[in-house]
Design a protein around this ligand. Structure first.
Ligand SMILES: Nc1nc2c(c(=O)[nH]1)N[C@H]1C(S)=C(S)[C@@H](COP(=O)(O)OP(=O)(O)OC[C@H]3O[C@@H](n4cnc5c(=O)[nH]c(N)nc54)[C@H](O)[C@@H]3O)O[C@H]1N2
Ligand SMILES: Nc1nc2c(c(=O)[nH]1)N[C@H]1C(S)=C(S)[C@@H](COP(=O)(O)OP(=O)(O)OC[C@H]3O[C@@H](n4cnc5c(=O)[nH]c(N)nc54)[C@H](O)[C@@H]3O)O[C@H]1N2
Ligand code: SF4
Ligand SMILES: [Mo]
Length: 856
């Protein structure tokens, strides 16, 4: 059977996939060797996509409240409520909140409907939380949101500087490319991150900047380049405008130890071919736009841009973050890279044949939810994003959702933390079902193609939007009959950009046939270095931007620490999909708070214990991981866990909602916080075939092959009857160890669920017992012991998820003389599939622990 070429569902690397459908909703996944973004490589998330295409938990029918309804009724309800809202309260009482996980075609029609026909600028996207600062910085420096680099630049750079990017976890295939460049050409690597991540550990130099110390660092670095005569005066004269007092602003302390700074400056000085790759440690800050411009200033002033191996390179997070920026999904842009000047608005109105075009920019995400909260927005349609988890001050966002007179949610999953507030839920097609295009970090447009027929009654997002537009009276403007049809109109519209000196141009595709669209191979707009042609701003010149280091926030006595938040290697955002994959759940089964051992010993936190993390906005409980990778003044928690999967892991409600003044992007990575031990009176875990929703102080559920493991802890009485499934019960108690055990078997004698509770003892390992779910291989005695009577060989916590290789397997290979990752891979197979565990293998080789230790 021929493979279908498509693109990965997850990150902005935009890897090509060759997928073969091998059964009912079963697919075998391989990297597309001909795709320029990945040349066949895939990371753990891409490789295991097949585990997340089942129909478990899917929303398959339109719902009004808890009632399943026909599409016509659901669409009438949505269109009717929307029309009524516009008529009674005006267009700005309506808002759309969309996502970089929509395809370009979905995004285009959503933007056209909101800005063009409802007539409101109130359409914003989760890219506001993600890319907005980079967008604003590009606009300030280049006059257009253009990324001036491509992945090939990584192959030929002498030095790669990563700013606020945990590339090994979040863009693993770019990481593999960087590793290859280092092996083949001796490329050097600097990582700037307050945390010593797996990425930072592998670097030639790690600068543990203080939170938001990047502007000072880059200003000082440019000052140093000036002092060393490395500013390219000819390039500046020809290509850049320089604001008054620009050079004075560089006179500042770098904020890192002098010897570290001078090593960094030496490396930069020696490497004309430098690429600075930046991600959320730069963007997600109340000074994010300035950080991105500080980086861009360095490249412009040293002429290290528009040349092979050189440039400031903002990498995108979501699969179609870039496509969303191109269509105008952000409330601050109109469409196809155009803004809101009279002339641009007139051109867009003519192209769309509308007299309803919005008058100006709309509200940015944080303000948009404020307007929902205070009643200015009365109709909100959310597509492809889960703001109840992912927005800062998520407690406030939930209040807003609960108050909203009409909340419509287009989703692939039946229940998310957001959709629980919805009046109408519309079932959308997900990855493997939908068809269209995405644009990756290097502006490369690729097709996502359908592998399966639509499940249930789900429809493509663009179709749903067009149906609503039709019922609202705009039928002739939304009469697209295929994704190709939408793409052609969008490509034709890009002709408008050229008149304003913009580089964005897809007009070559304006007349493509359906067949050409269907067989589209990945292509990049703007070529390898799009700014090489000209800088559109300021009469063909780029701008240096004067930026100054932000004021360090004053110490709050009740919240003495800084809370940093981010990602785990094998989970995607709010876990609605990756949380269902047994393999991807192995890497981190619970949300952990990473704390420096010195802080922990001061306040009595134990490794593997629990801690309450609090900020002025909320509180959550996490598992404690002692780690010298975080600075003593900071703690780190993952963003991923939702209410559906945990009691305490909801990070969003801890994060401050303060935003960058230019981009409106929130500072997710720097909130005043405190931490204290949470000492439960009892601890427990339940391994069961079905997912449970406990009400205990702490719980966190994780997927295993045959069901779920839920970790539990709390105060007071222990009553779990409500969580146990029906069936035959066997019990055992060990009063001395304060332990109680309960097993439930199904009618056929197989294990349905097992619960272990202790007040003071140790709980048995989770792996063996969770493997017994749904089987009757072991005896009840073994179930209640939580281990087989004849002990199995213990391989330790899993390091290589693909091949199931444990820490102890790798340590024995090292004991047997293996000295590098390649040899270990040869002996154990670890790291030979996706390669995402190679950094851990390196850690083990360096004599460090794998940081995988499971909770006991
Ligand atoms: N596994 C996985 N991969 C993903 C995603 C996912 O959910 N899971 N999501 C995708 C998306 S949408 C995105 S946006 C990207 C994000 O990719 P990344 O930006 O690499 O991920 P984060 O973990 O959010 O943050 C990166 C680093 O910024 C550091 N940081 C915090 N504060 C500062 C600071 O002040 N200065 C500097 N220099 N660094 C700082 C953090 O310590 C963290 O290690 O990942 C994409 N890829
Ligand atoms: N604390 C903290 N919070 C953060 C961040 C951080 O670093 N720290 N990072 C921020 C960043 S960079 C990002 S990008 C956001 C991401 O945050 P979100 O966008 O909220 O996260 P997802 O879980 O990806 O949400 C996507 C939703 O769309 C659904 N979905 C998937 N495919 C489709 C589809 O084709 N159509 C429709 N209609 N629905 C679909 C999924 O089931 C899921 O519910 O989080 C932000 N929040
Ligand atoms: S790096 Fe991984 S998650 Fe990102 S696109 Fe490639 S396979 Fe998908
Ligand atoms: Mo993102």
């Amino acid at each position: 059977m021929a493979a279908i070429l498509t693109t990965c569902a997850y990150c902005g690397v935009g890897c090509g996939i060759a997928a073969k459908v091998v059964g009912d909703r079963k697919v075998s996944i391989a990297g597309d060797k001909d795709h320029p973004a990945n040349r066949g490589a895939l990371c753990s998330k891409g490789i295991h996509l097949g585990e997340t295409v089942g129909l478990e938990g899917r929303l398959l029918h339109p719902m009004i409240g808890e009632e399943r309804v026909e599409w016509d009724r659901a669409l009438d309800e949505v269109a009717g409520r929307m029309r009524e809202c516009v008529e009674t309260y005006g267009p700005d009482s309506v808002a759309l909140y969309v996502s970089g996980q929509l395809l370009t075609e979905d995004y285009y029609v959503a933007n056209k409907l909101a800005k063009g026909f409802i007539g409101t600028g109130n359409i914003d996207t989760n890219s506001r939380l993600c890319m907005a600062s980079a967008v604003a910085a590009h606009q300030r420096a280049f006059g257009e949101d253009v990324v001036p680099c491509s992945y090939e630049d990584l192959d030929c750079a002498e030095l790669i500087v990563l700013v606020g990017s945990n590339t090994a976890w979040c863009h693993p295939v770019i990481w593999q490319r960087i590793e290859r460049a280092r092996e083949q050409h001796g490329t050097r690597l600097v990582v700037i991150d307050p945390r010593r991540t797996e990425t930072a550990e592998r670097a030639d130099l790690h600068l543990a900047v203080r939170p938001d110390g990047d502007v000072a660092l880059f200003n000082a670095l440019l000052g140093e380049m000036l002092a060393r005569g490395l500013v390219d005066q000819d390039f500046l004269a020809a290509h850049c405008t320089i604001p008054a007092q620009f050079w004075d602003s560089l006179d500042c302390s770098p904020g890192v130890p002098a010897e570290v700074f001078s090593r960094f400056a030496d490396m930069v000085a020696e490497s004309p071919r430098t690429v600075t790759l930046f991600s959320q440690g730069a963007n997600q800050s109340v000074g994010g736009t300035d950080k991105c411009n500080a980086i861009t200033n360095l490249h412009l002033a040293t002429g290290r841009i528009n040349r092979p191996g050189a440039g400031p390179f903002s990498i995108t997070g979501q699969p179609n973050a870039m496509g969303g920026r191109e269509v105008g999904g952000l409330s601050s842009m109109l469409a196809v890279h155009l803004g809101f000047s009279l002339a641009e608005r007139a051109d867009v109105a003519t192209f769309w044949k509308t007299d309803h075009l919005c008058k100006g920019p709309g509200l940015k995400a944080i303000d948009l939810f404020r307007a929902v909260h205070d009643g200015r927005i009365k109709f909100l349609w959310i597509m492809g994003t889960n703001p109840a988890v992912s927005m800062p001050d998520a407690g406030f966002v939930r209040e807003a959702l609960a108050r909203c007179p009409t909340l419509v949610v287009s989703e692939i999953m039946a229940e998310t933390d957001t959709s629980r507030f919805a009046h109408v839920r519309l079932p959308a097609l997900g990855w493997g079902e939908k068809d269209g295009t995405v644009t990756n970090s290097e502006r490369r447009i690729s097709r996502q193609r359908a592998l399966f027929t639509p499940p249930g009654e789900a429809r493509a997002d663009w179709q749903i939007i067009c149906e609503v537009a039709r019922l609202t009276g705009f039928e002739e403007h939304f009469s697209f009959d295929s994704a190709a049809d939408v793409f052609r109109e969008y490509a034709a519209m890009s002709a408008l950009s050229g008149a304003y000196g913009k580089l964005f141009d897809l007009t070559a595709w304006a007349d493509c046939s359906d067949a050409e669209y269907d067989t589209m191979r990945p292509f990049r707009w703007g070529g390898r270095h799009p700014c090489a042609a000209r800088f559109p701003a300021e009469g063909g010149k780029a701008r240096l931007v004067r930026v100054t280091a932000p004021v360090t926030p004053s110490q709050q006595p009740d919240f003495p620490l800084r809370l940093n938040t981010g990602r785990y290697r094998d989970q995607w955002h709010t876990m609605t999909r990756t949380g269902l994959s047994p393999k991807l759940s192995i890497h981190r089964r619970e949300p952990r708070v990473e704390v420096h051992p010195d802080v922990a010993s001061e306040i009595g936190l134990l490794d593997g214990g629990l801690a309450r993390v609090g900020t002025p906005f909320g509180e959550s409980i996490y598992r404690v991981e002692l780690s010298e990778a975080v600075r003593p003044s900071e703690i780190f928690v993952p963003m991923h866990w939702s209410d559906g999967l945990s009691a305490g892991g909801r990070t969003g409600r801890l994060v401050q909602p303060t935003v960058d003044p230019h981009s409106g992007q929130p500072g997710f990575k720097n909130t005043a916080a405190r931490i204290a031990p949470f000492r439960p009176e009892w601890r427990a875990f339940l391994a069961g075939r079905v997912r449970i929703r406990p009400t205990t102080d702490y719980w966190s559920a994780s997927r295993v092959e045959k069901g779920w493991i839920t970790e539990l802890a709390g105060m007071g009485s222990v009553d779990f009857d409500y969580l146990m499934p029906p069936g035959e019960r066997s019990e055992a108690s060990d009063m001395q160890a304060g332990m109680k055990r309960l097993a439930v078997s199904a009618q056929d004698g197989s294990l349905e669920a097992v619960l272990f509770i202790t007040r003071s003892g140790t709980l048995p390992p989770r792996e063996w017992i969770s493997d017994q779910l749904g089987t009757d291989f072991a005896s009840v005695t073994e179930w209640l012991a939580g281990r087989p009577l004849t002990p199995l060989q213990d391989c330790g916590p899993t390091v290589c998820v693909c091949h199931g290789v444990g820490e102890l397997d790798i340590l024995s290979a090292i004991d047997a003389g293996a000295e590098d990752v390649a040899t270990i891979s040869k002996c154990t197979k670890a790291g030979t599939n996706c390669g995402s565990c190679r950094p851990i293998i390196s850690r083990l080789l360096d004599g460090h622990g794998a940081r995988l230790t499971e909770v006991r």
